[in-house]
Design a protein around this ligand. Structure first.
Ligand SMILES: [Fe+2]
Ligand SMILES: [Fe+2]
Length: 202
């Protein structure tokens, strides 16, 4: 049995405020989906807490944070004496959480690095749930605010940032994997869609 409190403390100490806030939302959504989908809640909760731990390294890139996250999580869980099978399942979830695969921003970052979207995809109930929770937060009002903030912070024009947030939110919503994820995602995304419609004067 892993002490969730210790994992949470580790994540809080290592992530910046924005990523910690996002992680807390992902954990909450992932647990709600795990309940509905009858998934292993312990695995889902630990993986959700650790899914973006690769972002604790400020020099790491967006396209590298999932593989760095696997290394950090593996080290941490080994130190805590976690069952190797459990570590494998948790790391698989972290490894497969990269998305959305059609998001223009992600694709342009990959292109800069001379790559295509070649990440392993979520293929277990638990990995699909954490993936969905991450995508739901991304297409929610908080996710949109986060994208606009980050794009403008790194020099993008304000209107371009809104366009980029819209593209990412639609791509994230369209890539939801589970039935419960699609149902919950629709609720969050509805507000986001209205937000863009109002901005565009529709
Ligand atoms: Fe991530
Ligand atoms: Fe995330």
């Amino acid at each position: 049995m892993i002490d969730i409190k210790q994992i949470k403390e580790f994540v809080k100490e290592n992530l910046d405020e924005l990523n910690y806030m996002h992680t807390k939302k992902v954990v909450k959504i992932a647990l709600a989906l795990a309940e509905k989908e009858g998934a292993n809640k312990e695995i889902v909760e630990i993986a959700a807490w650790l899914h973006d731990i690769g972002k604790s390294d400020k020099d790491n890139t967006l396209i590298g944070h999932h593989s760095l996250g696997v290394k950090i999580a593996e080290d941490l869980l080994k130190k805590k004496g976690t069952n190797p099978e459990l570590i494998k399942e948790i790391c698989h979830i972290i490894e497969t959480h990269m998305g959305p695969p059609t998001g223009k921003f992600l694709l342009s970052e990959l292109k800069k690095a001379g790559r295509r979207f070649d990440f392993p995809r979520p293929d277990t109930k638990e990995s699909k749930i954490v993936y969905d929770a991450d995508m739901i937060d991304l297409c929610s009002p908080l996710g949109i605010a986060k994208i606009i903030h980050l794009r403008t912070k790194y020099g993008k024009d304000f209107l371009d940032s809104i366009e980029s947030a819209k593209d990412t939110a639609f791509a994230a919503y369209n890539d939801l994997q589970t039935k419960s994820g699609k149902e919950l995602g629709e609720r969050y995304f509805k507000v986001s869609k209205e937000f863009f419609e109002i901005i565009e004067g529709k």
